[in-house]
Ligand binder design. Structure first.
Ligand SMILES: Cc1ncc(COP(=O)(O)O)c(C=O)c1O
Length: 415
Protein backbone atom coordinates (compact mmCIF):
# COMPACT_ATOMS: atom_id res chain seq x y z
CA UNK A 1 0.00 0.00 0.00
CA UNK A 2 1.26 3.48 -0.77
CA UNK A 3 2.30 5.29 2.37
CA UNK A 4 -0.36 7.56 3.86
CA UNK A 5 0.52 11.25 3.93
CA UNK A 6 0.14 13.50 6.96
CA UNK A 7 -2.74 15.25 5.13
CA UNK A 8 -4.58 11.93 4.70
CA UNK A 9 -3.98 10.99 8.34
CA UNK A 10 -5.25 14.37 9.51
CA UNK A 11 -8.29 13.98 7.27
CA UNK A 12 -9.03 10.55 8.79
CA UNK A 13 -8.60 11.98 12.29
CA UNK A 14 -11.01 14.85 11.63
CA UNK A 15 -13.54 13.20 9.35
CA UNK A 16 -13.64 9.69 10.82
CA UNK A 17 -11.72 9.52 14.11
CA UNK A 18 -8.79 7.51 15.42
CA UNK A 19 -7.85 4.78 16.05
CA UNK A 20 -9.12 3.62 12.70
CA UNK A 21 -8.85 0.60 10.42
CA UNK A 22 -8.51 1.87 6.87
CA UNK A 23 -9.46 -0.34 3.92
CA UNK A 24 -7.63 0.29 0.67
CA UNK A 25 -10.38 -0.66 -1.77
CA UNK A 26 -8.17 -0.83 -4.87
CA UNK A 27 -5.72 -3.18 -3.21
CA UNK A 28 -8.41 -5.61 -2.10
CA UNK A 29 -9.98 -5.66 -5.56
CA UNK A 30 -6.59 -6.08 -7.19
CA UNK A 31 -5.80 -9.11 -5.02
CA UNK A 32 -9.16 -10.72 -5.77
CA UNK A 33 -8.78 -10.11 -9.50
CA UNK A 34 -5.21 -11.36 -9.56
CA UNK A 35 -5.92 -14.64 -7.75
CA UNK A 36 -9.01 -15.16 -9.90
CA UNK A 37 -7.10 -14.57 -13.14
CA UNK A 38 -4.19 -16.76 -12.04
CA UNK A 39 -6.46 -19.75 -11.35
CA UNK A 40 -8.97 -19.24 -14.14
CA UNK A 41 -6.15 -18.89 -16.68
CA UNK A 42 -5.11 -22.44 -15.77
CA UNK A 43 -8.63 -23.82 -15.33
CA UNK A 44 -11.59 -21.68 -16.26
CA UNK A 45 -13.97 -23.60 -14.01
CA UNK A 46 -12.36 -22.32 -10.81
CA UNK A 47 -14.63 -20.67 -8.25
CA UNK A 48 -13.22 -18.12 -5.83
CA UNK A 49 -15.03 -18.22 -2.52
CA UNK A 50 -13.96 -15.42 -0.20
CA UNK A 51 -13.29 -16.59 3.37
CA UNK A 52 -15.49 -14.35 5.53
CA UNK A 53 -13.81 -15.13 8.81
CA UNK A 54 -10.64 -13.44 7.64
CA UNK A 55 -12.42 -10.11 7.46
CA UNK A 56 -16.20 -9.87 7.44
CA UNK A 57 -16.59 -6.12 7.24
CA UNK A 58 -19.74 -5.98 5.07
CA UNK A 59 -18.11 -3.43 2.75
CA UNK A 60 -15.26 -5.88 2.03
CA UNK A 61 -17.66 -8.80 1.57
CA UNK A 62 -19.64 -6.70 -0.88
CA UNK A 63 -16.47 -5.92 -2.84
CA UNK A 64 -15.79 -9.67 -2.98
CA UNK A 65 -19.33 -10.28 -4.29
CA UNK A 66 -19.08 -7.52 -6.88
CA UNK A 67 -15.81 -8.99 -8.08
CA UNK A 68 -17.23 -12.41 -8.76
CA UNK A 69 -16.58 -14.29 -5.53
CA UNK A 70 -18.81 -16.67 -3.65
CA UNK A 71 -18.92 -16.53 0.15
CA UNK A 72 -17.20 -19.06 2.40
CA UNK A 73 -18.56 -18.95 5.95
CA UNK A 74 -17.66 -20.82 9.10
CA UNK A 75 -20.46 -19.73 11.41
CA UNK A 76 -24.11 -18.79 11.26
CA UNK A 77 -23.15 -15.20 12.07
CA UNK A 78 -21.12 -15.14 8.87
CA UNK A 79 -23.97 -16.82 6.96
CA UNK A 80 -26.26 -14.00 8.08
CA UNK A 81 -23.71 -11.36 7.06
CA UNK A 82 -23.37 -13.01 3.64
CA UNK A 83 -27.12 -12.91 3.06
CA UNK A 84 -27.34 -9.33 4.33
CA UNK A 85 -24.64 -8.32 1.86
CA UNK A 86 -26.69 -9.89 -0.93
CA UNK A 87 -25.12 -13.30 -1.55
CA UNK A 88 -27.76 -15.78 -2.70
CA UNK A 89 -27.72 -18.85 -0.41
CA UNK A 90 -26.60 -21.02 -3.34
CA UNK A 91 -23.49 -18.82 -3.55
CA UNK A 92 -22.60 -19.52 0.07
CA UNK A 93 -20.35 -22.38 1.20
CA UNK A 94 -20.80 -23.29 4.85
CA UNK A 95 -17.86 -24.94 6.60
CA UNK A 96 -18.76 -24.22 10.24
CA UNK A 97 -17.37 -26.75 12.74
CA UNK A 98 -20.44 -26.09 14.87
CA UNK A 99 -23.76 -26.18 13.04
CA UNK A 100 -26.75 -25.98 15.39
CA UNK A 101 -29.76 -27.84 14.03
CA UNK A 102 -31.79 -24.74 13.07
CA UNK A 103 -28.76 -23.16 11.39
CA UNK A 104 -27.92 -26.33 9.52
CA UNK A 105 -31.52 -26.84 8.41
CA UNK A 106 -31.87 -23.23 7.22
CA UNK A 107 -28.66 -23.37 5.19
CA UNK A 108 -29.51 -26.74 3.64
CA UNK A 109 -33.10 -25.84 2.79
CA UNK A 110 -32.09 -22.45 1.42
CA UNK A 111 -29.67 -24.16 -0.94
CA UNK A 112 -26.25 -23.30 0.48
CA UNK A 113 -23.41 -25.75 -0.08
CA UNK A 114 -22.91 -27.23 3.38
CA UNK A 115 -19.74 -29.27 3.88
CA UNK A 116 -20.36 -31.72 6.69
CA UNK A 117 -17.51 -32.40 9.07
CA UNK A 118 -18.86 -34.64 11.82
CA UNK A 119 -21.38 -37.38 12.60
CA UNK A 120 -23.85 -35.15 14.45
CA UNK A 121 -24.55 -33.49 11.11
CA UNK A 122 -25.76 -36.82 9.77
CA UNK A 123 -28.27 -36.85 12.62
CA UNK A 124 -29.36 -33.35 11.51
CA UNK A 125 -29.78 -34.65 7.97
CA UNK A 126 -31.78 -37.57 9.25
CA UNK A 127 -34.26 -35.17 10.84
CA UNK A 128 -34.44 -32.96 7.76
CA UNK A 129 -35.10 -36.03 5.61
CA UNK A 130 -37.95 -37.08 7.95
CA UNK A 131 -39.49 -33.59 7.74
CA UNK A 132 -38.89 -33.24 4.00
CA UNK A 133 -39.17 -36.72 2.49
CA UNK A 134 -39.31 -35.45 -1.10
CA UNK A 135 -36.73 -32.71 -0.92
CA UNK A 136 -33.58 -33.10 -3.01
CA UNK A 137 -30.79 -33.00 -0.43
CA UNK A 138 -27.20 -32.18 -1.40
CA UNK A 139 -24.11 -31.79 0.77
CA UNK A 140 -20.36 -31.75 0.61
CA UNK A 141 -18.11 -33.82 2.83
CA UNK A 142 -14.98 -32.45 4.41
CA UNK A 143 -12.16 -34.94 4.51
CA UNK A 144 -9.16 -34.88 6.79
CA UNK A 145 -5.89 -34.32 4.94
CA UNK A 146 -2.68 -35.11 6.86
CA UNK A 147 -0.31 -32.81 4.95
CA UNK A 148 3.46 -33.01 5.49
CA UNK A 149 6.41 -30.89 4.40
CA UNK A 150 9.22 -32.07 2.13
CA UNK A 151 10.89 -33.77 5.13
CA UNK A 152 7.78 -35.72 6.00
CA UNK A 153 7.02 -33.58 9.08
CA UNK A 154 3.41 -32.56 9.63
CA UNK A 155 2.70 -29.18 8.00
CA UNK A 156 -0.66 -28.84 9.74
CA UNK A 157 -1.11 -25.65 11.74
CA UNK A 158 -0.51 -26.69 15.35
CA UNK A 159 1.77 -29.51 14.20
CA UNK A 160 -0.54 -32.40 15.11
CA UNK A 161 -0.09 -35.33 12.76
CA UNK A 162 -3.81 -35.51 12.14
CA UNK A 163 -5.84 -32.31 12.19
CA UNK A 164 -9.22 -32.05 13.88
CA UNK A 165 -11.29 -31.23 10.81
CA UNK A 166 -12.76 -33.52 8.22
CA UNK A 167 -13.61 -37.21 8.28
CA UNK A 168 -10.64 -39.57 8.65
CA UNK A 169 -10.23 -42.73 6.59
CA UNK A 170 -12.06 -45.17 8.82
CA UNK A 171 -15.04 -42.80 9.17
CA UNK A 172 -15.64 -42.20 5.48
CA UNK A 173 -17.31 -45.54 4.59
CA UNK A 174 -19.95 -44.96 7.25
CA UNK A 175 -20.53 -41.36 6.14
CA UNK A 176 -20.95 -42.33 2.49
CA UNK A 177 -23.24 -45.23 3.36
CA UNK A 178 -25.47 -43.11 5.60
CA UNK A 179 -25.70 -40.31 3.05
CA UNK A 180 -26.72 -42.82 0.40
CA UNK A 181 -29.37 -44.27 2.73
CA UNK A 182 -30.73 -40.75 3.25
CA UNK A 183 -30.83 -40.23 -0.51
CA UNK A 184 -28.52 -37.27 -0.05
CA UNK A 185 -26.25 -36.39 -2.94
CA UNK A 186 -22.54 -35.75 -2.29
CA UNK A 187 -21.74 -32.79 -4.52
CA UNK A 188 -18.48 -31.61 -3.01
CA UNK A 189 -15.34 -33.00 -1.41
CA UNK A 190 -13.63 -30.40 0.71
CA UNK A 191 -10.07 -30.52 2.04
CA UNK A 192 -9.06 -27.17 3.53
CA UNK A 193 -6.08 -27.77 5.80
CA UNK A 194 -4.41 -24.85 7.57
CA UNK A 195 -0.64 -24.80 7.54
CA UNK A 196 2.03 -22.41 8.66
CA UNK A 197 4.20 -22.92 5.61
CA UNK A 198 1.44 -22.24 3.01
CA UNK A 199 3.48 -24.38 0.62
CA UNK A 200 2.45 -25.41 -2.89
CA UNK A 201 3.15 -29.03 -1.92
CA UNK A 202 0.25 -28.87 0.56
CA UNK A 203 -2.20 -28.36 -2.30
CA UNK A 204 -0.77 -31.27 -4.26
CA UNK A 205 -1.45 -33.48 -1.24
CA UNK A 206 -4.95 -32.02 -0.82
CA UNK A 207 -5.74 -32.68 -4.49
CA UNK A 208 -4.44 -36.25 -4.23
CA UNK A 209 -6.50 -36.94 -1.13
CA UNK A 210 -9.73 -35.53 -2.57
CA UNK A 211 -9.35 -37.53 -5.76
CA UNK A 212 -8.46 -40.71 -3.86
CA UNK A 213 -11.67 -40.39 -1.83
CA UNK A 214 -13.73 -39.73 -4.94
CA UNK A 215 -12.26 -42.77 -6.69
CA UNK A 216 -12.44 -45.13 -3.74
CA UNK A 217 -16.12 -44.45 -3.06
CA UNK A 218 -17.14 -43.93 -6.69
CA UNK A 219 -18.22 -40.36 -6.02
CA UNK A 220 -18.80 -37.89 -8.81
CA UNK A 221 -18.72 -34.56 -6.98
CA UNK A 222 -19.54 -31.39 -8.87
CA UNK A 223 -16.90 -29.58 -6.81
CA UNK A 224 -13.46 -30.27 -5.38
CA UNK A 225 -12.78 -27.65 -2.73
CA UNK A 226 -9.09 -27.07 -1.99
CA UNK A 227 -9.77 -24.47 0.74
CA UNK A 228 -7.67 -21.40 1.48
CA UNK A 229 -4.29 -20.93 3.13
CA UNK A 230 -2.38 -19.33 0.25
CA UNK A 231 0.17 -16.57 0.52
CA UNK A 232 -0.71 -13.19 -0.93
CA UNK A 233 1.48 -10.12 -1.31
CA UNK A 234 3.62 -9.92 1.83
CA UNK A 235 5.66 -6.94 3.04
CA UNK A 236 9.32 -7.18 2.14
CA UNK A 237 11.39 -8.96 4.74
CA UNK A 238 8.43 -10.50 6.57
CA UNK A 239 9.29 -14.06 5.55
CA UNK A 240 12.99 -14.55 5.01
CA UNK A 241 13.03 -18.26 5.87
CA UNK A 242 10.82 -19.55 3.09
CA UNK A 243 9.75 -19.11 -0.48
CA UNK A 244 6.54 -17.09 -0.77
CA UNK A 245 4.75 -18.42 -3.85
CA UNK A 246 2.78 -16.04 -6.05
CA UNK A 247 -0.86 -16.69 -6.96
CA UNK A 248 0.40 -17.71 -10.40
CA UNK A 249 2.86 -20.26 -8.99
CA UNK A 250 0.13 -21.90 -6.88
CA UNK A 251 -2.23 -22.09 -9.85
CA UNK A 252 0.36 -23.41 -12.31
CA UNK A 253 1.58 -26.17 -10.01
CA UNK A 254 -1.88 -27.25 -8.84
CA UNK A 255 -3.21 -27.60 -12.38
CA UNK A 256 0.01 -29.13 -13.69
CA UNK A 257 -0.71 -31.87 -11.15
CA UNK A 258 -4.45 -32.12 -11.71
CA UNK A 259 -4.20 -32.11 -15.49
CA UNK A 260 -2.09 -35.28 -15.35
CA UNK A 261 -4.69 -37.12 -13.30
CA UNK A 262 -7.06 -39.46 -15.17
CA UNK A 263 -9.93 -39.08 -12.72
CA UNK A 264 -9.69 -35.29 -12.93
CA UNK A 265 -9.50 -35.28 -16.72
CA UNK A 266 -12.54 -37.56 -16.97
CA UNK A 267 -14.74 -35.92 -14.36
CA UNK A 268 -13.71 -32.26 -14.73
CA UNK A 269 -15.19 -31.02 -11.44
CA UNK A 270 -15.33 -27.30 -10.67
CA UNK A 271 -12.43 -26.34 -8.44
CA UNK A 272 -13.20 -24.13 -5.45
CA UNK A 273 -10.57 -22.13 -3.60
CA UNK A 274 -11.33 -20.20 -0.41
CA UNK A 275 -8.74 -17.42 -0.11
CA UNK A 276 -8.80 -15.25 2.98
CA UNK A 277 -5.48 -13.97 4.26
CA UNK A 278 -3.97 -14.00 0.76
CA UNK A 279 -6.41 -11.39 -0.53
CA UNK A 280 -7.34 -9.43 2.60
CA UNK A 281 -4.16 -8.95 4.63
CA UNK A 282 -2.44 -6.30 2.54
CA UNK A 283 -5.61 -4.29 2.01
CA UNK A 284 -5.93 -2.75 5.48
CA UNK A 285 -3.95 -0.47 7.80
CA UNK A 286 -4.47 0.70 11.35
CA UNK A 287 -3.94 4.34 12.22
CA UNK A 288 -3.42 5.66 15.75
CA UNK A 289 -2.69 9.26 16.71
CA UNK A 290 -0.09 10.47 19.19
CA UNK A 291 -1.70 12.48 22.03
CA UNK A 292 1.24 12.94 24.39
CA UNK A 293 5.00 12.50 24.64
CA UNK A 294 6.80 11.35 27.79
CA UNK A 295 10.52 10.83 28.36
CA UNK A 296 11.65 7.78 30.30
CA UNK A 297 15.42 7.32 30.68
CA UNK A 298 16.48 6.30 27.19
CA UNK A 299 13.17 6.29 25.39
CA UNK A 300 10.46 8.56 24.15
CA UNK A 301 6.96 7.31 24.86
CA UNK A 302 4.41 8.34 22.30
CA UNK A 303 1.02 7.88 23.95
CA UNK A 304 -1.44 6.97 21.22
CA UNK A 305 -5.20 6.53 21.15
CA UNK A 306 -4.79 2.99 19.75
CA UNK A 307 -3.94 -0.19 21.60
CA UNK A 308 -2.03 -3.35 20.83
CA UNK A 309 -5.24 -5.26 21.56
CA UNK A 310 -6.52 -3.97 18.22
CA UNK A 311 -3.54 -5.13 16.17
CA UNK A 312 -1.60 -7.89 17.86
CA UNK A 313 -4.01 -9.70 20.09
CA UNK A 314 -1.67 -12.61 20.72
CA UNK A 315 0.79 -10.11 22.28
CA UNK A 316 3.60 -11.68 20.23
CA UNK A 317 6.40 -9.31 19.44
CA UNK A 318 5.74 -9.87 15.77
CA UNK A 319 7.39 -7.32 13.55
CA UNK A 320 4.33 -5.57 12.21
CA UNK A 321 5.13 -3.45 9.18
CA UNK A 322 4.65 0.20 10.10
CA UNK A 323 5.18 3.82 9.13
CA UNK A 324 5.51 6.85 11.29
CA UNK A 325 3.74 9.85 9.78
CA UNK A 326 4.96 13.13 11.26
CA UNK A 327 4.00 16.78 10.90
CA UNK A 328 7.68 17.75 11.18
CA UNK A 329 9.72 16.53 8.23
CA UNK A 330 13.24 17.48 9.36
CA UNK A 331 15.08 14.44 10.66
CA UNK A 332 16.98 14.28 13.95
CA UNK A 333 20.75 13.90 13.83
CA UNK A 334 20.66 10.72 15.88
CA UNK A 335 18.16 7.91 16.12
CA UNK A 336 15.89 7.84 19.15
CA UNK A 337 14.09 4.92 20.73
CA UNK A 338 10.37 5.49 20.53
CA UNK A 339 7.67 3.33 22.08
CA UNK A 340 4.21 3.84 20.63
CA UNK A 341 2.15 3.12 23.71
CA UNK A 342 -1.42 1.93 23.73
CA UNK A 343 -4.35 3.52 25.52
CA UNK A 344 -4.95 0.63 27.90
CA UNK A 345 -3.47 0.64 31.39
CA UNK A 346 -1.25 -2.37 30.71
CA UNK A 347 2.47 -1.70 31.02
CA UNK A 348 3.00 -4.06 28.11
CA UNK A 349 0.55 -2.30 25.80
CA UNK A 350 2.99 -1.11 23.17
CA UNK A 351 1.76 -1.02 19.61
CA UNK A 352 5.30 -0.80 18.28
CA UNK A 353 8.83 -0.23 19.54
CA UNK A 354 11.36 1.28 17.16
CA UNK A 355 14.36 3.50 16.70
CA UNK A 356 13.94 6.38 14.32
CA UNK A 357 15.37 9.70 13.24
CA UNK A 358 11.84 11.03 12.81
CA UNK A 359 10.96 13.49 15.55
CA UNK A 360 7.75 11.99 16.89
CA UNK A 361 5.44 14.53 18.51
CA UNK A 362 1.84 15.18 19.49
CA UNK A 363 -0.38 15.11 16.40
CA UNK A 364 1.73 12.51 14.57
CA UNK A 365 0.55 9.02 13.66
CA UNK A 366 1.69 5.43 13.68
CA UNK A 367 0.31 3.43 10.76
CA UNK A 368 0.46 -0.35 11.00
CA UNK A 369 0.11 -2.09 7.63
CA UNK A 370 -1.05 -5.55 6.63
CA UNK A 371 -3.77 -5.86 9.26
CA UNK A 372 -6.60 -6.80 6.87
CA UNK A 373 -6.69 -10.49 7.76
CA UNK A 374 -7.88 -11.78 11.13
CA UNK A 375 -6.61 -8.70 13.00
CA UNK A 376 -9.77 -6.66 12.59
CA UNK A 377 -12.14 -9.53 13.43
CA UNK A 378 -10.13 -10.41 16.52
CA UNK A 379 -9.79 -6.84 17.83
CA UNK A 380 -11.51 -6.50 21.18
CA UNK A 381 -13.05 -3.69 23.16
CA UNK A 382 -10.71 -4.36 26.09
CA UNK A 383 -10.66 -1.06 28.02
CA UNK A 384 -11.24 1.01 24.86
CA UNK A 385 -13.94 1.12 22.19
CA UNK A 386 -13.41 -0.87 19.02
CA UNK A 387 -11.69 1.29 16.40
CA UNK A 388 -13.44 3.25 13.66
CA UNK A 389 -13.43 1.75 10.19
CA UNK A 390 -13.06 3.73 6.97
CA UNK A 391 -12.42 3.04 3.30
CA UNK A 392 -10.19 4.97 0.94
CA UNK A 393 -10.91 4.87 -2.78
CA UNK A 394 -11.02 7.25 -5.79
CA UNK A 395 -13.89 9.15 -4.17
CA UNK A 396 -11.90 9.91 -1.03
CA UNK A 397 -12.35 8.61 2.50
CA UNK A 398 -15.64 7.29 3.85
CA UNK A 399 -16.48 6.22 7.40
CA UNK A 400 -17.86 2.67 7.60
CA UNK A 401 -18.17 2.12 11.33
CA UNK A 402 -18.75 4.45 14.22
CA UNK A 403 -16.78 4.10 17.42
CA UNK A 404 -17.11 5.79 20.81
CA UNK A 405 -20.89 5.41 20.75
CA UNK A 406 -21.84 4.57 24.32
CA UNK A 407 -25.56 3.96 23.65
CA UNK A 408 -24.72 1.37 21.05
CA UNK A 409 -22.09 -0.20 23.31
CA UNK A 410 -24.28 -0.54 26.39
CA UNK A 411 -27.42 -1.73 24.60
CA UNK A 412 -26.47 -5.41 24.67
CA UNK A 413 -25.93 -5.50 28.44
CA UNK A 414 -28.60 -5.93 31.12
CA UNK A 415 -28.35 -4.13 34.44
C1 LIG B 1 -12.40 -23.75 5.81
C2 LIG B 1 -11.49 -22.60 5.58
N1 LIG B 1 -11.41 -22.05 4.37
C3 LIG B 1 -10.61 -20.99 4.13
C4 LIG B 1 -9.84 -20.43 5.11
C5 LIG B 1 -8.99 -19.23 4.78
O1 LIG B 1 -7.66 -19.44 5.04
P1 LIG B 1 -6.60 -18.26 4.80
O2 LIG B 1 -7.11 -17.04 5.48
O3 LIG B 1 -5.35 -18.78 5.39
O4 LIG B 1 -6.53 -18.09 3.31
C6 LIG B 1 -9.88 -20.99 6.40
C7 LIG B 1 -9.01 -20.47 7.47
O5 LIG B 1 -8.50 -21.17 8.30
C8 LIG B 1 -10.74 -22.09 6.64
O6 LIG B 1 -10.85 -22.63 7.88
Amino acid sequence: MEKLTIQQCDQIYKQVGTPCFLINEDLFIENIQRIKCAFQKEYSDTIISYSFKTNYIPYICNLAKNNGCKAEVVSYLEYQIAKQVGFAPEDIIMNSPLKRYEEFETAILEGALVNIDSFYELAHLDLIRKNHPDKELKVGIRVNVPIVDENGVSAIYGEEKVGRFGFVDDEIPDVVRRLRELNCKIICIHGHTSSKNRAIFNYIQICRRLIDVAEKYSLKPKYLDLGGGFFGPVPQGMFTDRHVPTYEEYATEIFKYLNKDEWFKTNKPSIIIEPGMSVAASSMSYIARVHDIKHRVDRRIAQTDGTMFHVRQNMADFKLPFNIVTQEKTLLEQEETVHFAGASCMESDLIRRCTTKQKVDVGDYIVIDNVGAYTFVMASSFIQYLPYIAVINDNGIKKLRQSRDFDNFIEVFSL
